[in-house]
Design a protein around this ligand. Structure first.
Ligand code: PRX
Length: 636
């Protein structure tokens, strides 16, 4: 952990600025956010920074009125940014499309008008299920403009997962495309939407972007082509209260259904714009590329909104980073002169596996800063990123955060002063983040000791609540350590005060950086007619982080067979989506359970990984462990 890489002197000089700002952010919350809250424009200024009278439901920038679409677009077109490029959209195959701030403004207005003409109103919920095409950010911004609460569902989710999110968010309008491209194949998104609607409580409008021009069914008086509803003109941005909901984004937890994380119109934009500025210090002329998908929080915050709030030029890429060839990422950097690259450890590990010859065959000298997000980055991947991609001259900004936190929480700050970097450490908290590490009893651990990372005080990017479930918000995030925000990750702080994130402390998986709840996959399995019980856990994988492994028992009358397993995988793919398909499914006659009937996943996982299973005194059926051992021996 002492493997420190001294950063350029020019950064070190400013490290004191970081500590100064950090101290001020905690000691003078009002002063700090009065100033930094003005990174966005307010139609009506807020008259109080923070209302913490209903803890833990913190409310920021009280009585302030604003609009995110206005802040991303209208204010830029009034100045020299009007004709600046907002997005260089790069398709999986073919030529890029470029859209300026004024062009984007025009298109967002036209779509906002289309939505209003369909009868969509402020406060209505809209599900967006789209590939990575320009109409996706346009749809998000158009919703924000008219005050509709958007709920983006990752286009890799299947019909059942989509239906559940449509229902839980109570969306009556869906925005989608006929299809999307993925590694040369077409994913029939509209067909999936049709099936999801059959499983849902019903929707009023489906808006379809013609993208792949594939044959689809269009239901009269419900389905409309995007091209047919857009209407040029100006739509007055709604004056949104700072604490009105802006969007819902579902994320997986350890219990029950996915949680709809609700973010606000005021605090969220303030947080993401400030954190992007602090962490990466983007310059006006820089080209930023966040290589994520808009279906996840990284895409919301750092593909769409924060770069637009700061008036940057971004690359938005439609496809997979290794398609059609393993050098696709490097080719894009060279071709478009990307200066700031933000990607994930899983992507780095994948590209590292292909070998150095791919990056070495491209001129990557435009790169200035490299970022990573989604899981802990292992030192080997860090070094490869730093040395092979950044030629040892680009700092690595390892950003630790979550869907619930809106934006970065722990990250080096290139603007306020970079610390010497330690490969694998996200370094120090962002201003406003009062982090600490606790043991099981809520006591501070000593430096070097592992514990649970919590945040003691609220910050503007913290979610408003869990959609329709205030109790779950309190139970999940503020109960383990009363009143403190529980992140669900293990961490260590070393002697120099650096934070090291060590992965989830619960049963949430990280599969290629995507957050998957074991329960969701188990629910998907046991909803099948053949399956009685299922236990799902993550198997460590050198590229993907985790891969999904399932052990299941069959109902009477069903026999295990390779065909059955393939068929189960196929159904999971359709129902939940490709990212939730277990790599291995093992059929056994019983799974280890406690006397009260709870499946002991940790025991199965330990046996599977050939580790000690820990305390098994509550185990009811010891024979099940033996059976799993035998099953594992056969596999290995
Ligand atoms: O476990 C942490 C991990 O990703 C979780 C949040 O997942 P999600 O809400 O999908 O958001 C991902 C993008 C922000 C965290 O609880 N995580 C995220 N970034 C890092 C990380 N773990 C270690 N280091 C990181 N930089």
């Amino acid at each position: 952990m002492k493997d420190t890489l001294p950063m350029d002197e020019k950064y070190k000089v400013h490290m004191s600025k970081y500590f100064e700002e950090y101290e001020r952010s905690l000691k003078d919350v009002n002063g700090f956010w009065n100033e930094n809250g003005r990174i966005i424009d307010w139609f009506k200024p807020f008259d109080k920074v923070l209302d913490d009278s209903k803890k833990p439901f913190y409310r920021w920038f009280i009585n302030g009125k604003t609009n995110l679409s206005y802040n991303c677009l209208d204010r830029h077109i009034q100045n020299e940014k009007r004709n600046k490029v907002a997005f260089i959209w790069v398709p999986e195959k073919g030529e890029e499309k470029v859209v300026t701030y004024f062009g984007l403004y025009r298109r967002v207005n036209a779509f906002a008008r289309g939505l209003l003409n369909l009868g969509v109103k402020k406060g209505d919920k809209i599900t967006i299920y789209m590939p990575m095409i320009l109409e996706a950010p346009i749809a998000m911004l158009a919703c924000a403009r008219i005050g509709a609460v958007f709920n983006v569902v990752f286009s890799g989710f299947g019909e059942q997962a989509l239906a559940e999110r449509i229902n839980n968010s109570n969306s009556k309008t869906i925005i989608t495309a006929d299809g999307g491209y993925r590694k040369g194949n077409i994913i029939q998104l509209k067909n999936i939407v049709d099936k999801a609607i059959d499983l849902s409580n019903g929707v009023d409008n489906v808006i379809v972007v013609k993208n792949t021009h594939t044959e689809i069914d269009m239901e009269p008086d419900r389905d409309y082509y995007y091209d047919d509803i857009i209407e040029d003109g100006y739509v007055e941005p709604e004056q949104m209260d700072s604490n009105d909901p802006l969007f819902i984004l579902y994320t997986s937890g350890t219990t029950g259904k996915p949680k709809g994380i609700l973010h606000a119109n005021g605090g969220y934009p303030v947080w993401i714009a400030n954190t992007l500025k602090w962490a990466f210090n983007p310059k006006d002329e820089d080209r930023w590329w966040c290589a994520a998908d808009i279906g996840w929080i990284t895409g919301h915050s750092y593909i769409v909104f924060a770069p637009l709030l700061l008036g940057l030029t971004s690359v938005m890429y439609e496809g997979a980073i290794d398609y059609p060839k393993p050098d696709r990422m490097w080719e894009i950097i060279e071709r478009y002169g990307v200066n700031l690259l933000y990607t994930s450890p899983t992507a780095i590990r994948l590209l590292m596996k292909y070998g150095e010859k791919y990056p070495l065959s491209h001129d990557l000298s435009s790169l200035k800063t490299l970022g990573t997000v989604g899981e802990p980055i292992n030192p080997a991947a860090w070094h490869w990123y730093y040395e092979v991609i950044g030629k040892s001259r680009c700092p690595i900004i390892d950003t630790y955060w979550q869907t619930e936190t809106g934006g970065f929480t722990i990250s080096p700050s290139a603007r306020l002063g970079l610390p010497d970097l330690k490969p694998g450490s996200a370094t120090f908290p962002m201003p406003g983040i009062d982090a600490e590490i606790l043991d099981e009893n809520g006591k501070n651990v000593k430096p070097g000791e592992k514990g649970y990372i919590v945040i003691k005080k609220p910050w503007p990017g913290l979610m408003l609540t869990v959609n329709n479930d205030d109790k779950r918000y309190i139970d999940t995030y503020f109960s383990k350590f009363k009143g403190k925000y529980f992140m669900g990750d293990y961490a260590i702080q070393d002697d120099d005060g650096y934070y090291w994130l060590l992965g989830r402390s619960d049963e949430v998986l990280k599969v290629s950086g995507h957050r998957i709840g074991t329960i969701e996959v188990e629910d998907g399995l046991v909803s099948m007619k053949e399956i009685a019980e299922a236990a799902v856990f993550g198997k460590p994988d050198t590229v993907k982080g985790d891969t999904i492994v399932a052990f299941a028992t069959l109902k009477d009358g069903y026999e295990k067979s390779p065909e059955l397993i393939e068929n189960i995988k196929k159904r999971i793919r359709n129902n939940l989506g490709p990212i939730m398909v277990p790599e291995e499914i093992h059929i056994v006659s019983t799974v280890p359970k406690t006397r009260s009937g709870k499946i002991m996943r940790r025991v199965i996982k330990a046996v599977y990984l050939d580790q000690l299973p820990g305390d098994i005194s509550t185990l009811e059926n010891e024979a099940s462990v033996e059976e799993i051992k035998r099953a594992v021996d056969i596999i290995k």
